[in-house]
Design a protein around this ligand. Structure first.
Ligand code: SAH
Length: 262
């Protein structure tokens, strides 16, 4: 092993907007000699903004052996190498198998988190995903596609909770999403928002209810790079909040503040 070997940095690029990468991720890109980026979802402009001088590989057309070989060889040559993933690498990022390959080869790596698209979508919607007395749970999930989903995690099962859902990778199967959710705790009136390309200049929002969202999404022509946000929290804007959080309630005492007794 070359004693000057570097470690590979897996970096979350954030949801799209080049300013939504972390300071650390941006620095690693600026310093990088080699970048392997997920070209199907990460904007090449973002890569060029920070890593204009690096050798850039688009992983969209590469297989695991090929990406591993670029990452490993670069690290062994002492080059600074970034593997750039969309959003946060830990969510549907397929990084585990890449890390396993690097482990096998004895190459070190680090992971730098990013803003996952769920949070970009919430920001676009200007919506808190956890509201008192409505839902205090957010579930990130997906429909089975070519990647299977374990039986106990079928949407219809998850839907029994009635929590806030953020559904990735499924907008092209929106009818099936609706069908499964209706067989759980959700109603035809349950609010839904579909956010496509959150934080990109051409982001798109389609809002509706389980009863009409599929048709609206089809009409809008959204088939990919979109999230489906489901749950009663989405009613807060139109209907007002059921209860406010205690955190800023003037009568509530906590570690940092004494409540006022009236
Ligand atoms: N690691 C990524 C997710 C990769 S899976 C993350 O943390 O966001 C790819 C899926 O993510 C897409 O099918 C879509 O559902 C979602 N996605 C990624 N970027 C998005 C964006 N800017 N707006 C809406 N959905 C997005």
């Amino acid at each position: 092993m070359n004693p000057a070997a570097t470690k590979v940095s897996f970096v979350g690029a954030g949801p799209g907007d080049a300013e939504l990468i972390t300071v650390k991720g941006a620095r690693l890109l600026r310093e990088a000699d080699v970048v392997v980026y997920a070209g199907s979802l990460v904007d090449l402009e973002l890569v060029k903004t920070y890593a204009g001088d690096a050798r850039i590989y688009d992983s969209a057309a590469m297989n695991l052996e090929e990406t591993t070989s670029v990452l490993a060889q670069s690290a062994l040559d002492g080059l600074k190498v970034v593997r750039l993933h969309t959003g946060d690498p830990s969510i549907y990022g397929a990084i585990q198998e890449q890390m396993e390959e690097l482990d096998r080869l004895g190459i070190e790596y680090e992971v730098v988190p990013g803003v996952t698209s769920a949070f970009a979508a919430a920001a676009t919607l200007k919506q808190e995903l956890t509201l008192p007395e409505v839902s205090q749970t957010v579930i990130i999930t997906r429909l089975a596609g070519r990647t299977p989903v374990p039986d106990r995690e079928k949407l219809a099962e998850i839907a029994r909770l009635g929590a806030t859902l953020v559904i990735y990778l499924s907008v092209s199967m929106i009818e099936k999403v609706v069908e499964e959710l209706l067989s759980g705790a959700y109603q035809p009136e349950t609010p839904v928002a579909v956010v496509a390309k959150a934080s990109w200049p051409d982001e798109q929002v389609v809002a509706g209810q389980l009863s009409d969202i599929a048709a609206k999404v089809r009409d809008a022509g959204i088939t990919k790079q979109a999230l489906i946000v489901v749950g009663d929290v989405l009613n807060a804007r139109a209907e007002g909040m059921r209860a406010k959080s205690l955190l800023y309630d003037k009568g509530f005492t906590h570690g940092c503040r004494k409540g006022i007794i009236t």
